[in-house]
Every structure is written in C-alpha cells, then in structure tokens.
Design a protein around this ligand. Structure first.
Ligand code: ADP
Length: 307
C-alpha cells in the first residue's frame, strides 16, 4: 500500500500525512454518496445493483482502513514532534543552571567568568533560535506573518548571525572562514528574520559537521543580487532527502543518527522568509559525507543600486 511504504521512509512529513488523510476522507465522502445512490437503485434492479454495492462497500472498507493507518501514523508523529520540542527546549537548561552556580565561584577568575558568559550566551542564542523557528513556523502555516523591512546592511546581519552561531562552532572545534568583507551591501530586509535565516544555516552547518570540520561563508554579487554561500565539509545530504530538506518536518535519515535532536522546521522557515524577501535559497550536496552547500540570493536594495 502506498501510504504504508511511504510511512517507512524517514522523510515522510506530518504535512504530507495530513494531505493523505484529507484525500482519503474526500474519497470516502464520494463513496458514501455513491452508496446512497446505489441503495435507491437496488429497488429497481436488485441483482446488478447489489453486486456494484458490494464492490463499493469493499473499496470503502479498505479506504477507511487506510485513513485509520495514516491518522494513527500522523498522531504518532505529532506526539513525537512535541516530545522533541520539549527535549530540545530542556537541553540548554542544564548548562545554564550549572553556569548560574559556577558564576558565583568565578567572581575572582576572569577567564572562567568569560567562559561561563560564552556558555550562557550560546545556550540562550540556541533557545532563542528554536523558539523563533517554532513561532515563525506556526505563523507561516497559518499565513499570519509580516516582515518589518527597512534598508539594512547585510554585512551587519551576517555579523550578528555569526556571533550567535560561534559558540556552537567553537564547541565542535570547527574552522570558520568568512570571505573578505566588502563595502556595505544594502538590502530591503527584516533584520531580525534575516539573522534567524543565516543563524539557522550556520547552526545547521555546525550541527551536521563532525568535530574539527570546516565551515565557510562567502558573500558575492550576481547582477542586482547579493549571493551568500554557506559551505561545510560535514555529513552531507542524501540524494533521496535533498529535494525535500526545505519541507516542514523533513529530516534526512543519516542526519538523525548524527544529531538526534532537531525538529525539521529550520529550513522550512528559512525558505519562507527568503521567499518573503523576494529571494531564493537552494541546497546542494554530493551525498553522504560529501559536505553541503546552501546558497541564498537576495535582491540588493534599489537605493544602493542608484548610489
Ligand atoms: P533540523 O536541523 O532541526 O533537523 P532543518 O529544517 O534545519 O531541521 O533541516 C532539515 C534537514 O536538512 C536536517 O535534518 C538535515 O537532514 C538536513 N540538513 C540541513 N542542513 C544540513 C547541513 N548543513 N548538512 C547536512 N544536512 C543538513
């Protein structure tokens, strides 16, 4: 059965399941209508109509079974999604609690104090991004989000995104390289949302790159667009998952082995936010262990084109 074989794949999303439930429900409604019609036909031509009614009944039964299987699967995925959310939100609490205890002892030790401060900043940034993704994800799925766009320098956005991702990269001893800084690159953007976009991409690069790996961020121009390329030499993305990674709740099977936590909503949020900025985002990877590259294109603000 198509639904159960899909359910076996790691990239089946709750959204997809919901679509299948809806499709099966409307099929059932159609069959119900046909059954009502057949009932009245039975009175006129009992033999033929009875056979047709039996066939329809059998189809309706198997469709009802399908709805049940898919609904159970969707429910299971919702429950496990909530469990992952709770787990991901609880994760930073332990280091924060420890840091709070140790801060008192580190009053006289400047280096220890700075380390603790970096831990707190890093964990808070991670939580902020996660909560931001959850909020943004729900706003996007209800069509209820609005950008606050002003003319801003993309370099400042990238500075902020790097700053929030740096603790994660440092913890995994990643070599991070940024292309030499050009002059200001003005875009008409929502600074908070763009920090979230590039923070998500950098955090993913770090999450899915083994200790000691390399991550780079390059900024270039293509016509009237600025192109930001984030590359890592990490675990890569399988051919099967690559076309789906920007869909809600999608996670590559081998990514879940490297990093259990993860909600599969970060890239969906990235895609929607970039689309709302009239830009584009794409991913490439030669496959498992071959690293990944994410390319974001954003139109340069008209004001800086004429300047
Ligand atoms: P999450 O990281 O929480 O699972 P995302 O939506 O950010 O959710 O990413 C979706 C999936 O895309 C990840 O689970 C992973 O399989 C894949 N992915 C994203 N970025 C990378 C990367 N830099 N390297 C390898 N896989 C990636």
């Amino acid at each position: 059965m198509a639904a159960s074989s899909q359910a076996d794949t790691a990239i089946l999303s709750v959204a997809l399941l919901n679509q299948q439930i809806e499709a099966a429900r409307s099929e059932l409604a159609l069959l119900r209508g046909q059954l009502v019609q057949l009932r009245s036909d039975i009175a006129d031509a009992p033999g033929e109509a009875l056979r047709a009614a039996n066939e329809l009944l059998a189809r309706a039964r198997s469709d009802a079974k399908l709805v049940e299987v898919v609904a159970t699967e969707a429910h299971g995925r919702r429950v496990s999604f909530l469990a992952t959310v709770a787990h991901e939100l609880r994760n930073p609490l332990m280091p924060l609690r420890l840091a709070a205890v140790m801060l008192d002892r580190a009053r006289t030790d400047e280096a220890a104090h700075a380390r603790l401060q970096a831990t707190i900043t890093g964990q808070v940034a991670q939580m902020t991004r996660l909560i931001g993704d959850l909020l943004e994800g729900s706003r996007i799925s209800t069509g209820n989000f609005r950008l606050e766009r002003t003319v801003i320098d993309l370099n400042a956005v990238l500075d902020r995104a790097i700053e929030t991702s740096q603790p994660g990269m440092d913890a995994r001893k990643h070599r991070f390289e940024r292309s030499p800084r050009s002059g200001p690159v003005m875009v008409l953007g929502d600074a908070v949302r763009l920090v979230q976009v590039f923070g998500n991409l950098l955090e993913n690069a770090s999450k899915y790159t083994l200790e000691g790996g390399a991550i780079s961020l390059r900024v270039g121009m293509r016509g009237h667009a600025v192109v930001v390329t984030i590359t890592d030499n990490g675990i890569g993305i399988s051919e099967k998952a690559l076309p789906h990674v920007f869909d809600m709740f999608v996670r590559d099977q081998h990514a879940t082995e490297v990093n259990e936590g993860g909600l599969g909503i970060g890239l969906a949020v990235v895609r929607e936010l970039i689309k709302a900025h009239e830009g584009s985002v794409g991913a490439t990877s030669a496959g498992k262990s071959q690293g990944s590259e994410f390319v974001v294109m954003l139109p340069v603000a008209a004001v800086s084109r004429t300047a």
